[in-house]
Design a binder for this molecule. Structure first.
Ligand SMILES: [Zn+2]
Length: 385
């Protein structure tokens, strides 16, 4: 399976300048290629190459870099087309879609640029890379990453890496092909309830407090409001930076939560049951102030991270139908809309059990997970003659 490892580059001043210059040059070139592609009805790479390669070389791009720029542009159009087809940009004729369809794709000055092994080499023991730039090859650029990430890189890195700069910091994003662990037969299932007060609650008692995360979001939101009122260029820039940093913060939290859950499952030979999240927005109706704290993408990301880390560790994951998980009593099975007394309290009208609403839901999800797994394994076992 594919694993992505991100390392932070720590170039000295001269190296940083060369990297910066390189990203600017290749992305300027990409914008020019994009315009050519757009004019010509987005031809295939081969055709596009005929119209652009000479010019790219004359702009100081090496053969590899020129190829990568052309391919990057072509890939961007393929992705855009797929997004349009999937309806991610709205209905035909919507403003967003029209905007995307009537103009060439534009690359940011410091957008990611792919590097293959001919223009980038890794010295793992020294913790450095040597990388092609428009000012020639730059050697001994130091990089930093965790010990685990370094090991993954060393053993499984394969193919291209992306050079990118975000908020002034250069990163290399490397693709690794890691063998999957063999999936074991789980003894039981850990149910994971995703919610607002607690981001994730498991049937084994782990609770990822949402308070810190929600407080962080709220603070960011207040700042954003202040900035939005200003409408100046610098405010806009700061806003963009904030949004990105918020996304990173959430992703970081999600990584930690996912790791905790998967590690526990692995340690106890359990499977993980998750709610099928399609439609969480419809399901969870909230009062306005809470709505800002609930981003469906953040939950989807957490589910993705769990599924991905589980796959790597050989932990079985099943997705269950979320219907009634919050209204059903995990003790007696009674389903009642009134069981859910409030956002946080569950009180069964039938057997009188009182529980944390998310604890109760997580138990239901675990039970459903077991049922899904059992049904699946019955069909997996070949019939004996
Ligand atoms: Zn009950």
């Amino acid at each position: 399976m594919k694993v992505v490892v991100q390392v932070k580059l720590m170039p000295d001043a001269g190296q940083a300048l060369a990297l910066e210059r390189t990203l600017h040059v290749v992305n300027e070139a990409a914008n020019w290629v994009s315009a050519v592609a757009f004019e010509r009805g987005v031809p295939h790479v081969y055709e596009l190459r005929k119209h652009t390669y000479a010019e790219l070389k004359s702009r100081g791009l090496g053969a590899q870099a020129a190829q990568h720029v052309i391919k990057k542009v072509r890939d961007a159009y393929t992705t855009l087309k797929a997004n349009i087809r999937a309806g991610n940009l709205g209905k035909p004729g919507s403003r967003r879609r029209l905007k995307a369809e009537t103009k060439p794709i534009v690359f940011r000055a410091e957008a990611a640029q792919p590097y293959d092994d001919r223009c980038l080499s890794w010295q793992y023991d020294a913790g450095t890379v040597s990388v092609w730039t428009v000012q020639g090859r730059v050697k001994n650029v130091r990089f930093a990453c965790s010990a685990g990430a370094l090991k993954t890189l060393q053993e499984h890195r394969q193919g291209e890496s992306d050079l990118v700069r975000r908020d002034g910091v250069f990163y290399l994003i490397a693709t690794c092909e890691v063998p999957e662990a063999e999936r074991y037969e789980p003894g039981r299932f850990i149910g994971v309830d995703l919610g607002i007060a607690a981001i994730a609650t498991t049937s084994t008692g782990y609770k990822a407090a949402g308070r810190g995360l929600n407080r962080h979001r709220k603070r960011q939101l207040e700042l954003r409001r202040k900035l939005q009122k200003k409408r100046t260029k610098s405010a806009k820039r700061l806003l963009k930076k904030r949004r990105r940093s918020e996304k990173r913060h959430t992703a970081n939290q999600n990584h930690i939560i996912a790791k905790t859950i998967v590690t526990e499952a692995q340690r106890t030979s359990s499977g993980i049951a998750l709610e099928d999240l399609k439609g969480i927005r419809q399901r969870v109706r909230l009062r306005k102030p809470q709505r800002v704290t609930l981003h469906s993408w953040a939950f989807a990301q957490l589910a993705d991270f769990i599924a991905y880390k589980a796959k790597r560790a050989g932990v079985p994951v099943v997705f269950v139908d979320p219907a009634y998980t919050s209204q059903q009593c995990c003790e007696c099975g009674h389903i009642d809309n009134n069981n859910r007394v409030s956002q946080s309290v569950f009180c069964c009208r039938n057997c009188g059990v009182v529980a944390h609403a998310d604890r109760n839901a997580s138990h239901n999800i675990a039970r459903k997970g077991e049922a899904v797994w059992t049904a699946g394994s019955e069909s997996r076992v070949p019939a004996t003659p």
